[in-house]
Design a protein around this ligand. Sequence first.
Ligand SMILES: *Cc1c(COP(=O)(O)O)cnc(C)c1O
Length: 380
Amino acid sequence: MSSIGAVSSVDDMIALTASSSMLTEPRLTVDLDAVGHNTRTLASKTTLMAVVKADGFGHGAAEVARTALANGAIALGVATLDEAIALRAVTDAPILAWVTHRASDFDAALLAGIELAVPSVDHLDAITRAARTTRLAARVHLHLDTGMARDGAPREQWLTLAAAARRAERLGQIDVVGMMSHLGLGEKPGHPATAAAVTRFVEAEAVLRSVGLRPAIRHLAATAAALNEPAARFDLCRIGAGLYGIGAGLREAMTLTAPVVSVRDVPRGTPVGYGHSYVTDRATRLALIPLGYADGIPRIASGNASVLVRGRRTPLAGTVSMDQLVIDVGTLGVEAGDIVTVFGPGDDGEPTIADWARWSRTIPHEIMTGIGSRVVRSVA
Ligand SMILES: *Cc1c(COP(=O)(O)O)cnc(C)c1O
């Protein structure tokens, strides 16, 4: 066969493929020591539920869960039941899920021992049905809206919900272990909306007591309020962003690197990329990075962003494409194979996720959770 000659070099080909894929592979490295440090720092201020929804904000839910629980978190919080049930394989710790609907598989949730937020009588009915089917009492957190009109029960429905929960508790179908709400302006220290929410929360607890419910775990604050609003801490804070390094004194855990795949030397006046939004103002070198908006690099950051290469910040040149971006590296002597740091904890002058969020007019949460599935992750 004509390919016989090539067979002897299959190993070479595999080696070549492996090394060239290493050379062309963007990589997201997650530093679990940073997550551990952040957890300990926050756990010294508050009792901490580690929020690991959306795959641990893109860091790896199982790994973050284990790390947080080993460093002082006492429970896990997620959005969906699927996320919660997957985590049951990792730990026996309490796991709370708060985004469900009446058709959710509450039987599976109860069998896995998942705690459930209850924002409506509809939810409660579905959960008590599951309790009858499984003969297991559901551990629930009654969920109130204190002023963001999102997922908690409206205040005018609270007493009805409380009374129904009390009946279900008497029947042994549920244990009301908690009450919760969420803040819409936790990011703004001292905002009156937060004080109003705290007041509503306390009033709502009195309503529960009036029907004979005594939830042991009252929780209102997420990261920002846990750091800035002691009055909002109650018995537990649901900490997401903080675990991942968002907040004063905390350390970002993600580093995104990518190789330069090619360079080209161009004269002054060279337009770069879609729309020619960037035109070189001098003779310079352009370097191509195999990361684009499909990988979570926000296109809107194009005019503002920079990355670190050879120890220097270099600006993006032109618009981020779906799979590629170009940087203007001037006279730094950048060559194909050089590694570019897109973001990291900032130790070496690289941009942080907080910088990318600012450049993109969004919050760090969106940058973290937006890293695409093509990017190889290593968690250590
Ligand atoms: C996502 C979420 C959190 C975590 O918020 P951070 O600001 O990331 O700490 C807490 N509570 C609820 C209800 C959430 O949806």
